[in-house]
Every structure is written in C-alpha cells, then in structure tokens.
Design a protein around this ligand. Structure first.
Ligand code: RET
Length: 291
C-alpha cells in the first residue's frame, strides 16, 4: 500500500517523464539549441489568440442563432489550440519516452535522459479541437446531427488511439497497430466529408465555400498521419523540431485558415447559413401540449 502511494505521487516514476521535471523539459526546449522547436509552439499561441480576436471582430454584428453557433464552433477550435500550445510551452504535456526495441529511435537520449521527446499533448488536445472543426464543417454543409456527431465520435477515437500509438513502449508492432486503428477511424471521417457533406452542401447552396474548406481539411488532415509516420514516433526520418513545425504548419492551415475562410462567409449571414430567429430554441416548433 505504501509503495503504491509512493508510486502514484512520485512523478519520477511516471512513464512519461524518465526523471525530468517539467521545468527541466522547458529548459531543454527553450534554453539554447532548440529555438526552432520553442518557436513552433509560441507562434501558434499568437496565431490562436489573433484568430479568436478576429472571430470576435468579424462576428460582432451577427444576429442569426445558427450563424452564431457556427462562429462559436470556429472560436472553440482556437480556444482549444491556445490551451494546447500553452500546455506544450509549459512542459506540462511534453515527455520523454524510451522507444521499444527495433524502433529506429530506440536507444536515443534527450537532455541526458534515455528516450525521445514526445509532444503527447498534441494528440490529446486534438481530441477536443477536431470535433469543433467537424461541427463547423457539417453545419456549413447543412448536414444532420447524426452525421455530425458520428464524425465527432470518430475523430475522438482517432486522436485517442493516435495518443496510444505515440505512448506505447512495450512493442513496436503495437505502436503501428494503434496507427492502423487510428487511420481506419480517420477514413470514416474522410468518407463523410467527401461523400455525404459534399452532396449536402450542393443541396444547401454552400458548395462553393464547402469545396474550399473540404480541400483545406482533407489535404491538411492527411498531412498529420504522414508526419507521424516520418517523425520520431514512426520511422524517425525527421527530427523533433522539424516534426513539430510540420504539425504547427498543418495546424495553421486546418485551423486558422479554415476558420477565416468560413468566418468571412458566415459574417454576411447568407440565407444558406442562417436558421431563423427560433433556430435551436427549445420552444421552437413546440405546439401547446394537449394535456
Ligand atoms: C495520427 C496518428 C495515427 C494515425 C492518424 C493520425 C491522424 C491525425 C489527424 C489529426 C488532425 C488534427 C487536427 C488538429 C487541429 O486542431 C493521430 C497523427 C490518422 C488527422 C486537424
């Protein structure tokens, strides 16, 4: 019992932090030779903040509840993002893990510790940011909540299994099995976007906007598993700083650019987007109860 307690409260035994404190991890990222890596975090804090302010500005005269709901979903993408990058910058969501035998990065050392730097906070926080991207896209396409929530559930499954892929240390094969699972869930989302939502957007009258958002999203999202495979988690062809910049650049495309493209359109409240004053109201459409 005593040793269990000691284990639970002694961060040094934690699987993610082989003996380095958060402060030591931050020192490693920000002190000295890792400026490139540090910048890949800080740039996104700035951009997420500016995007939030941009939405507030562009949405200042929105009146329609459905337009507001889309703007809110767009804002939550950057709300999650600024928090995510703050987590990475503070070292809270960074860790050092030892890769399993036969992994190309097995036996590496980082800041004097055995293991490689993993930015596990990225995978964790995608769980919370990607659903808002899909809610915004699905609403713009004019889809129904069954399909929108299906994609949300699959993106959560994709991100959590992606986190598992990154953190599995017992076996190389199991790391890649998690990757296969995650990629399968990803393909469900791609299918809904390319098939269902494309068709629905044509009917709704948002096809022009949706086509742009669809290309940015589908092409951008495919970049993440490719980067995972090329980066230190996968074949370790790219180093940590380059991988991190890769994710940061993909985030700029899939979050902030997508947000501004959508927001410029929503700000004008075209009929294809609006839902009417009663949209979403629990009172709307309810006839007096005949009790
Ligand atoms: C992982 C690795 C496992 C296989 C697959 C992945 C896909 C990740 C994706 C992430 C998208 C993130 C976005 C974040 C914006 O906030 C987890 C890398 C398929 C598609 C858009």
């Amino acid at each position: 019992m005593q040793s269990l307690t000691a284990f639970a409260f002694d961060g040094r035994h934690h699987v993610l932090q082989n003996g380095l404190t958060d402060a030591e991890l931050v020192e490693y990222v920000f002190g000295g030779g890792n400026t490139l890596l540090a910048l890949s975090f800080v740039v996104n804090i700035v951009l997420a903040g500016l995007t939030i302010l941009g939405i507030v500005y562009l949405g200042r005269s929105l009146t329609d509840p459905r337009s507001k709901a889309i703007a809110t979903a767009l804002m939550l993408i950057s709300v999650v993002s600024i928090s995510s990058y703050t987590g990475l910058t503070s070292g809270l969501t960074l860790g050092i893990i030892e890769m399993p035998a036969n992994h190309p990065a097995a036996g590496s050392t980082t800041a004097g510790e055995d293991g490689v730097l993993v930015m596990w906070g990225r995978y964790l926080t995608w769980t919370f940011s990607t659903p808002f991207i899909l809610i915004a896209l699905g609403m713009i396409a004019g889809s129904n909540w069954t399909k929108i929530l299906t994609t949300c559930a699959f993106t959560i499954a994709m991100c959590v299994t992606g986190l598992a892929a990154a953190l599995t240390t017992s076996s190389l094969a199991l790391r890649w099995w998690w990757f296969v699972l995650s990629s399968t869930f990803f393909l469900v989302i791609v299918y809904v976007i390319l098939v269902d939502w494309t068709r629905e957007a044509e009917r709704t009258g948002t096809a022009d906007l949706f086509t742009t958002l669809k290309i940015l999203t589908v092409v951008g999202w495919f970049g993440y598993p490719i980067l995972w495979a090329l980066g230190v988690e996968g074949f370790a062809i790219l180093d940590v700083a380059i991988t991190s910049w890769g994710y940061s650049i993909l985030d700029i495309i899939t979050k902030y650019i997508v947000t501004f493209v959508a927001m410029f359109y929503v700000a004008n409240e075209p009929a294809s987007i609006t839902g009417g004053a009663d949209y979403g109201s629990t009172l709307s459409g309810s006839s007096p109860a005949d009790d």
